[in-house]
Design a binder for this molecule. Structure first.
Ligand code: ATR
Length: 262
């Protein structure tokens, strides 16, 4: 039986096992997918498990998407550009890091009515997921990306990799068409932003968070008659691409799959 893992810390809340095991069962694969809480010191051992075929694939989540890179043999172009890896597999005896978050985010935006071409985006947060969102929006021909992060220095580090982004101070607002919450504000129930971003009249409020599905950030948009999208589709599509890489099967995304994420 092939074994797959999602590693992170914390990991209890990960819904990746749910969706991957659903597809594994659907396609009658002799495999299982588990979650594993890891300390940074154990990354090397897990990668060795993959090298020695004790594990067949790994998903990576917070806070290891970047630091895992030093343990890998090769990166895909997108993983290189974002310096963020969420999917690992072995090919020709090499351990390869891929990023399927960029695909997940782009695909989820395509499912909305919002076309980023020639639009202006404000990204909140400079954590692990922000590089993927920046690259996805850039590839979708957005005209301007503005980023705001509580710790200015982290935003500046991101600007070194993506010099085309503009930075504004935390709490400052600016006109935008799309706003993305890429912070962890809202993960815990009733957490909310001190700044009211609905005053800028954007077209789409997007929250990377999918658990809970309805953050205060998205509720505020809906209340103001602005379209709101949570991170559920991004999560499903990044999982779909990882599944395709490991099993060479493109799993179907339907209501049954969407209902898994509540
Ligand atoms: P990491 O920073 O380890 O990559 P993350 O969960 O990917 O972790 O990112 C957390 C993001 O949420 C960061 O942008 C963080 O801002 P800082 O860089 O200032 O830490 C942001 N964040 C979390 N809690 C916040 C809060 N209460 N107010 C403002 N920003 C917050």
């Amino acid at each position: 039986m092939k074994k797959y893992l999602v590693i992170g810390n914390p990991i209890e809340h990960s819904l990746s096992p749910l969706i991957h095991n659903f597809w594994i069962k659907k396609h009658n694969l002799d495999a299982k997918y588990e979650k594993k809480k890891l300390e940074s010191d154990n990354i090397k051992d897990i990668i060795n498990d993959l090298r020695d075929n004790r594990i067949s694939g790994i998903n990576v989540t917070v806070p290891f998407k970047n630091i895992i890179i030093s343990h890998l043999d090769e990166l895909s172009d997108i993983a290189k550009e974002t310096q963020s890896v969420n999917t690992i597999f072995k090919k020709n005896n090499k351990v390869i890091g891929e990023n399927t978050d960029v695909f997940g985010f782009s695909e989820s935006i395509r499912q909305t009515n919002f076309n980023p071409k020639n639009k202006k985006a404000l990204i909140l947060g400079a954590g692990g997921v922000s590089p993927s969102i920046i690259l996805a929006l850039k590839k979708m021909n957005i005209s301007e990306i503005i980023l705001s992060n509580r710790t200015r220095q982290k935003a500046e580090i991101l600007k070194n990799s993506f010099p085309f982004i503009k930075l504004i101070d935390w709490g400052q607002t600016i006109k935008f068409d799309l706003i993305v919450n890429a912070t962890s504000i809202g993960l815990k129930n009733n957490e909310e932003f001190k700044t009211d971003y609905t005053k800028q009249g954007g077209q789409l409020f997007y929250d990377v968070i999918y658990n809970p599905l309805h953050t205060n950030f998205l509720k505020s948009a809906k209340k103001s008659g602005i379209a709101a999208e949570n991170g559920k589709n991004m999560f499903i599509y990044q999982a779909m691409k990882a599944f395709k890489i490991w099993h060479d099967i493109e799993p179907e995304i339907n209501d049954e799959v969407r209902d898994l994420i509540k």
